[in-house]
Structures are given as C-alpha cells and as structure tokens.
Design a protein around this ligand. Structure first.
Ligand code: NCD
Length: 446
C-alpha cells in the first residue's frame, strides 16, 4: 500500500496509539522548549477554509516548538479557492510545499478527499459537522490527566450534539475506551442517528439521554440525575434498561458545546440554549465533575464559573500544544509509537447511477468531479455500506454486478458473492432499470 499515514478520523488510531500520544504529550509538556530538534527542517502547512483560533495556532505553535516551520493559508478566501480552484488541486499543490498538511473545511469528508490527493500526511482539523479528531485527542488527554483513566468515566455531553464535530469524534473514542455517555442535547440538536447507530453497532455503546431540557435540572431538586425518555422519537436512543428511569448519581465530566449556528438548517433554533453556572453545579452528583468545552464559548458557561476549580476548559485548550506536538511528531515519523495500527475496511469505488450519499453536506456532493463516490462495506449480509468520505450510511435498495444485467436484493446470497469493486449500488429498482439493468431481483433470504 505505502503512502503517508493520515489522521482523518479518530478511528484511524488504535487505543494503544492514543495512549502512546498521551505519554509523548506529557513528556513534551514537561518542557515545551526542549524538543526544538525533533522536526527541524520540516514544514507544516495550515490550510483553513473556516475560522479558527485554537486549532490553527496550537498546531503552528506545536510545529515551531518542534523546530519545524509553518506556512499558512488561514483565510482561503484570499487563496485561489476564490478563483474557483478545487480542494483536490489545492491539496496537490500545497502538499508539494510542505511535509504535512493541516486542513479545516466546511464539507464533511473533505479531509478524506484531501488524503487521496496528498503526497504528505493530512490531518483533519475539522470537516463540516463530521469529525475533529485532534480536538478529541486534546479532550481525552485532558480527561486522562484530570481523572487518571478513561474507562468507566461518566461523561455528560451537552448542547449541540448534532452539528458539533468535536462531539462526534469524542463519543466514538469515549465509547472505545469504555466510558459511559449521557446526552443532554438542546431540543432538536440530538446526536445524529448515524452516530448513534455506529456507537451501537461498531462499539456496542448505548448513549443514555437525560431528561433535562436545561443542564441545571440535572442537579437541581436532588443530587441525582434521573434519566427518562420524554420524546417518542428519541426512544431509539435508549437502552432497554433506561426505558423506565435510570439514576446517575455521579458525573465525572460535563462537556459543553456552543450552538453551531453556522451549520443550522432553517428549522433549527438555539433559543433557550443550555447554560451552566456556579449555582447549577452545587449538587452532590456534580461535586467532582470537571467542566470541559472545546471553545469558543458563547453563553453556555457563565464567566463567573471560570474561578471554579472544576472549570478546566482553558487548561484543556493549553494542552492542545503538547498533544499536537505528539501528533505531528508521530505522523512525521519523529517519534515511534510501536503498536499495531487500526486496520479499516478499504474503500471501493461506487458504481451507480446517482450518488447515493444521502448527506448533501458531503464533499462528494460539493466537489463532484474530484470526489468520485466511494464506499466502505460495513456488513456483507445483508449488504450495507457507508460513504467513504462522510461515513453516512448509503441507501442501497438493489444491487447489480459489473458486466451483468441481473439485479439482486441486498439481502441475497448472490449480492454477498459480488466482489466489492464490482458492486453496482442503486437506491431502487427504477434507478437501475433506467440505466439499462434489469431482470427479476432474486428473492430475499434474510
Ligand atoms: C471547535 C470546532 O471548530 O469544531 N473549535 C475548536 O476547534 N476548538 C468547536 C466550535 O467551534 O464550537
């Protein structure tokens, strides 16, 4: 295979590698000035199509601390993107100017696309509302320092769980480390179904939802949080055990997020958004709960709470430098984290009539020519696949095989026998027929 190693999803790292990054970050943080030879002569390029303070500056600071140099396109409005250049071409060019590329982009799956065009490692610094793996490493590292472990921690996730990319990468990692997830979303901004499905099916984790429209309700009347489903459409989020009511009498961390209004649809609203202050944090259940936030904050956390020793969001942001030093040094081959890395199912070109990725925010819809649809098989029987860029599950109503005219049900044994690279995926039979395929679909076995 060869090619550089990228960090596009938090799932690109094994748990042992993440632990190894923590250890190197701790070493770097002991003296931020003592590693100036690690990446001497190497250049990192920041390519930011969206606003950033912490992520870009901490990456650049990390590279400078390692003795490397930095080139920056911090406002892509000033670059050739303004002249209509594609992301793919931009990445090809910049990867010739630098040894590593740090990319932030509004389209989901943009970093995966970039990785396909880059000669050097690509780090995803946030792709739309999809993922933000390096923020998650910073968050996990902070929790690991503060709590000494990740396994078994009770973590409350609050606010905009739908569009926050920091939340998505964080919940995948917390689930893999065996932490418990309690969701307190703003109404309408619950964890997306595809994230819940992945938590459930890939990591065996079941996020619980707390019956608190405002975070303060968690700790108000009593010292415990009662978890009871209130909205019928949320029932699928609950485990059987929590369908009645479940009590959580201890919280290790509360992770706040701002409303991601820049990604809101017209029906979304941030009215009466969660707000945390010192009074709300007075309950016994929250006595040891550290409060985290990827920042920037708006009104989610009262400034008065900054004085409380449980507020650790500024420390969390500061730790962005040592953890990003470790990430850069690892991907540039300057530190060795010996561990078997994650092997993921490979990507296959998707042969079909229309792009079946249901996510219109996916880069396969925004960079149509440069992002040919790709998919990853997640189950062969019945056949299920996700978009290779944005991870959203594809709607596969019927399948065919290259070079044949017959159509098959995705639950048929025939469909199972087709090599992934030869699969033709269709939303429905009508679409397949319009492309000249036909014949009776084989009966469903499952
Ligand atoms: C986050 C982001 O960009 O997703 N910021 C960050 O990187 N620290 C969170 C946010 O913008 O709300």
């Amino acid at each position: 295979m060869g090619g550089p190693r990228h960090l596009v999803s938090i799932d690109d790292l094994s748990l042992t590698e993440i632990q190894g990054l923590f250890e190197h970050a701790s070493r770097f943080s002991e003296n931020l000035h003592s590693s100036a030879d690690s990446c001497r002569g190497l250049i990192s390029a920041s390519v930011f199509y969206e606003a950033s303070t912490r992520t870009r500056l901490s990456f650049e600071s990390a590279m400078l601390r390692l003795g490397g140099g930095v080139v920056t396109a911090a406002d892509m409005g000033l670059s050739s993107a303004a002249k209509g250049e594609s992301l793919a071409d931009t990445v090809r060019i910049i990867s010739a100017y630098a040894d590593i590329l740090v990319l932030r982009h509004p389209s989901e799956g943009a970093a995966r696309l970039a990785a396909g065009y880059s000669e050097v490692p690509v780090i995803n610094a946030g792709d739309g509302s999809h993922e933000h793996p390096t923020q998650t490493l910073c968050d996990l590292y902070t929790l690991w320092i503060e709590k000494g472990r990740l396994e078994g921690l009770d973590v409350v996730l609050s606010g905009d769980l739908r569009y926050s990319r920091t939340i998505h990468s964080f919940v995948y990692a917390l689930a893999r480390f065996g932490a418990n997830l309690v969701c307190v979303p703003h109404a309408g901004l619950e964890l997306p179904d595809y994230v819940v499905k992945r938590l459930r099916e890939e990591y065996g984790a079941e996020p619980q939802a707390a019956d608190a429209s405002r975070l303060g309700d968690l700790a108000r009347a009593s010292d415990a949080m009662y978890i009871t489903p209130t909205k019928p459409h949320q029932l699928s989020l609950y485990t059987q055990a929590s369908r009645g009511a479940r009590r959580v009498d201890h919280v290790d961390a509360i992770y706040m997020t701002r409303p991601q209004t820049e990604r809101f649809a017209s029906e979304d609203s941030a009215n009466d958004y969660v707000h945390l202050d010192t009074m709300m944090m007075s309950g016994e259940a929250l006595a040891e709960a550290v409060v985290m936030h990827p920042l920037p904050r708006r009104d989610e956390i009262a400034p008065e709470f900054d004085q409380d020793p449980r507020s650790i969001y500024f420390k969390q942001a500061a730790r962005g430098v040592p953890i990003r030093m470790a990430i850069l040094a690892m991907l540039l081959g300057r530190i060795d984290i010996s561990s078997s890395s994650v092997t993921r199912e490979s990507l296959h070109p998707a042969w079909w009539g229309t792009n079946p990725c249901p996510n219109l925010g996916c880069v396969s819809h925004t960079e149509v020519r440069q992002a040919p649809p790709m998919f990853r098989v997640i189950s062969r029987f019945p056949l299920r696949g996700v978009c290779g860029y944005c991870s959203r599950e594809l709607i596969i109503g019927i399948v065919g095989c290259r070079g044949r005219v017959e159509l098959y049900s995705p639950t048929s044994t025939e469909a199972r026998r087709i090599e992934p690279d030869d699969l033709l995926l269709f939303r429905d039979e009508e679409e397949a027929l319009a492309l000249g395929l036909g014949g009776e679909p084989t009966p469903t076995d499952g």
